[in-house]
Design a protein around this ligand. Structure first.
Ligand code: ZN
Length: 778
């Protein structure tokens, strides 16, 4: 219809052959040579354009548009760009290698990788805020970083090397005074395999108390919530107390208050917000300019791709580490094979598995994923209580007790089996690893021994798995049931066995073995539960905490930290490995959780609320604190997927990793971690480089040993910047690592230089003051 109106079919289309010969007229006037590779091809290009506008185009976007919404065209465009990038790199490589062929043959690769495009900001005031604001903010930020460094050092947890280096310039204390420990490199060749050598012997086979390190014969006593160690069994003699570093409660409260004041200060907030915005935009520019180079670098690495780089599921609970189908099949199998086994005691009467299911009116045939009903659904959003109930298959706590508990009538046999099946799947996949959480509640003194016996007797171990021990914050529940007299009892139940086994390993032989595979502690529970107390100097000490109310989050964290600190020093004296604190933090609830987390923990899980607190987010960035994020879990509980801050954190350079939290409740496939990566990649359009960076972060923040990490990431992985990255193992381009490192250093430089300028100025001012006063005296 339209064509007829405009002259009908007879009107001739433009014939490009006649219209565009040679160099365009306008270009001839330019004094400089502006010829491009397109010269002489104008004709072809234009012809193409015209003919396309005539033909019914298959493509969704016009050729002069950038194919923003059309994935096929985008792919095509990217492919061509990539081809050009690779051919260009090859040329560049040839040119450079001719220059460098005599010297520095090894550094050639490093040089090449650093060849990427940077955006730099020039001018006097670089951060868009008045200098006085910058100064105030810089001083506060530095103060906060010093606070974290102090608590990390005291407890033998790690602190970001780059940040420490910049703080050192401002510190009066020499480096060695600041607990800085140089970890020796693992001696291995640069081309060693990516699989670390593991011994064939099962680590739980050598459970012989005779062969364990001898007892030190020390005595122990908990004083004001923290365990003290004495060189004699008699703990009444104060002079025998071992000199171990104890955090000071008063100082902690003061530090916490400093941070609390800082995160709500208007100018500092605005400064940090602007820096974070800047970091986002800068990353966008980096990607815009270097995306092709990053992709080309990845393609050049033989064999390595996203599937065969190491990933660690940094946050996953053992009791929900299998998916619902797996649990269902497992229960059905148990009903076939062990129907007559006594699995439960109800009011003194023993029950077989058959009887248990009969009382529930169920047969194996009835069971389906739907009757199991463990998956989170839309009813769990903002309802943590309903979510917690999902841990009970078929809504029956008895099934949870039989199948997913370590301490029951069958001594956790079924739970051990199903976890070993999950471990087997991980080993099969080779490159996937997990840090499973097991619970210690603090209700009884023998919980640790029972847990360790469970692990050792069932040989629940895999080289792909490390343990974290989670302590649920449920004092109020136990106290109401009169299971505990005060909070200190709970702390004693959690920590005394750990001190005992450190002093005298043979006294708890299984625990001694089990602890070798434990990274540290997690603190778990619903963070959105209201807190009725503020932790300050008026708060009752743990021995006096007898009320039925729950202590606040920071109270739990502080006492876990304090005891862990002492324990770590004792363990280091014995040559045992030390523990770290990795709590659930900032999933919901008050913002001060994230303040405690910043001060006391090596890394955290969730950190969702950082999106609302720019000062804290900036601090987490500068201190490079790991954040294990689980967007699928959040999507069912607290924050819908499209609002999740992970892509924003990642772009700004926070150390984030992807984790599953509870595959039983959230995932559908046998590879929940891959499911997590897959959805994140598709929803947020992550690049292959982003995915590999997330995976590398997950290994860095995990508790796998230094040696294992050396194999997975490269022997120099602890070095700062691109030197610490081995693309042949991580598949992360040096360009990306260099960009992250340079950006972090620039931020740290901005902050520390501002503080230094101020120092210089005060010195000068003081000089001029004394000058003028002496002048005035004349
Ligand atoms: Zn969790």
């Amino acid at each position: 219809m339209a064509s007829e109106l405009h002259g009908g079919p007879r009107s001739r289309p433009l014939q490009s052959a006649r219209s565009l010969p040679g160099t365009p007229h306008c270009l001839k006037h330019f004094p400089v040579d502006l010829r491009t590779s397109m010269d002489g091809k104008y004709k072809e290009i234009a012809e193409e354009l015209f003919s396309r506008s005539l033909a019914e185009s298959e493509m969704r976007s016009a050729p002069y548009e950038f194919p923003e919404d059309s994935p096929i065209e985008q792919l095509e465009e990217r492919r061509q760009r990539l081809e050009r990038q690779i051919s260009q790199d090859v040329k560049l490589f040839k040119e450079q290698s001719e220059d460098l062929v005599d010297h520095l043959p090894k550094e050639r690769d490093v040089l090449l990788e650093r060849e990427f495009q940077r955006v730099s900001i020039s001018g006097e005031e670089k951060c868009g805020v008045p200098f006085t604001d910058l100064l105030d903010a810089a001083k506060s930020v530095v103060k906060a970083l010093f606070i974290r460094e102090k608590y990390m050092g005291l407890s033998l947890q790690s602190f970001c090397k780059s940040t420490s280096r910049f703080l050192q310039v401002l510190s009066e204390k020499p480096l060695e005074m600041r607990f800085y420990e140089e970890i020796p490199e693992t001696p291995m060749a640069a081309d060693a395999p990516v699989h670390p050598p593991f011994t064939d012997q099962h680590p739980y086979e050598k459970c012989d108390p005779e062969s364990m390190p001898s007892s030190l014969g020390f005595g122990l006593k908990m004083v004001n919530g923290v365990i003290h160690v004495y060189t004699k069994q008699d703990v009444t003699d104060k002079s025998t107390e071992l000199d171990l570093p104890y955090p000071d409660l008063q100082e902690f409260i003061a530090d916490m208050n400093v941070l609390m004041a800082l995160i709500i200060n208007g100018p500092i907030k605005s400064f940090c917000y602007r820096r974070l915005q800047y970091l986002s935009s800068k990353f966008q520019m980096h990607v815009l300019l270097n995306e092709m180079k990053e992709l080309a670098a990845q393609k050049k690495v033989p064999h390595r791709d996203f599937y065969n780089i190491r990933k660690v599921d940094t946050h996953i609970h053992a009791s929900s580490c299998m998916n619902q189908k797996h649990l269902l099949r497992f229960i059905k199998r148990a009903m076939k094979k062990h129907l007559e086994e006594i699995v439960h005691v109800e009011k003194g009467k023993e029950q077989t598995l058959k009887e248990v299911f009969e009382t529930m009116n169920l047969t194996a045939y009835d069971l389906s994923v739907d009757t199991l009903d463990v998956h989170a659904d839309r009813n769990t959003f903002h309802r943590f209580d309903k979510f917690n109930a999902k841990y009970n298959p078929i809504g029956e706590s008895i099934l949870r007790e039989i199948f997913i508990k370590t301490d029951n009538r069958v001594s956790g046999k079924y739970f051990a089996h199903i976890i070993k099946e999950v471990m087997f799947d991980l080993e099969e996949s080779k490159y996937q690893n997990a840090e499973l959480r097991l619970s210690i509640y603090g209700r009884a003194w023998d919980e640790w021994d029972k847990l360790a016996k469970w692990a050792v007797s069932h040989k629940v171990h895999s080289n792909n798995v490390r343990w974290l021990v989670q302590v649920p914050r449920l004092f109020d529940v136990y106290r109401t049931k009169k299971q505990l007299a005060n909070f200190q009892e709970m702390l004693e139940n959690i920590f005394l066995p750990l001190f005992e086994v450190t002093i005298h390993p043979a006294s708890h032989p299984e625990l001694h073995l089990f602890l070798e595979h434990v990274d540290g502690f997690d603190s778990v529970d619903d963070e959105s539960k209201p807190e009725h107390h503020i932790f300050n100097l008026d708060s009752p000490l743990p021995g006096n905490w007898v009320e039925e109310d729950n202590p606040p989050y920071s109270y739990y964290l502080y006492y876990m930290y304090a005891n862990m600190t002492v324990l770590n020093h004792l363990r280091r004296k014995r040559g045992f490995h030390t523990f770290v604190l990795r709590p659930h933090c900032g999933e919901a609830g008050p913002i001060h959780h994230l303040v405690s987390g910043f001060m006391l923990s090596e890394n955290i899980s969730h950190g969702l609320l950082l999106r609302k607190a720019p000062v804290l987010q900036y601090l987490y960035y500068l201190a490079q604190i790991g954040i294990a994020m689980s967007p699928l879990s959040n999507n069912s509980l607290f924050l819908s997927y499209h609002r999740n801050p992970l892509p924003e954190y990642l772009s700004r350079g926070l150390i984030v990793s992807l984790s599953t939290d509870d595959p039983l409740q959230f995932h559908f496939t046998k590879e929940p971690l891959m499911e997590e990566y897959s959805i994140a990649t598709q929803v947020w359009k992550l690049s292959s480089c982003d995915m590999c960076e997330l995976a590398r972060n997950s290994v860095l923040m995990s508790g796998f040993s230094h040696k294992v990490k050396s194999y997975w990431l490269g022997p120099h992985y602890l070095k700062e910047g691109p030197e610490g990255n081995d693309i042949r193992r991580t598949n992360v381009p040096g360009i990306r690592v260099a960009y992250r490192h340079e950006t972090l250093c620039q931020e740290l430089m901005l902050i520390t230089q501002a503080v230094q300028t101020e120092e210089l100025e005060t010195i000068q001012e003081e000089d001029s003051l004394t000058m003028s006063s002496s002048l005035g005296a004349r």
